[in-house]
Design a protein around this ligand. Structure first.
Ligand SMILES: [Zn+2]
Length: 51
């Protein structure tokens, strides 16, 4: 395993990186940060994280 610096992966652990979400209502996929995401297309809160 290549160890090119320990801090590389740790910088993303702030909980602020965007995640991919998928709307269960209209099927729109979008990126969002944090909980309580809402679909930008139909404004449904029935979404799931796909990552
Ligand atoms: Zn939607």
């Amino acid at each position: 395993m290549c160890s090119v610096g320990d801090s590389f992966g740790l910088e993303l652990e702030g909980g602020m990186e965007p995640h991919e979400y998928l709307c269960n209502h209209c099927g729109k996929s979008f990126k969002g940060i944090g909980a309580g995401q809402r679909c930008p297309k139909c404004h449904s809160t029935d979404v799931k994280c796909t990552e």
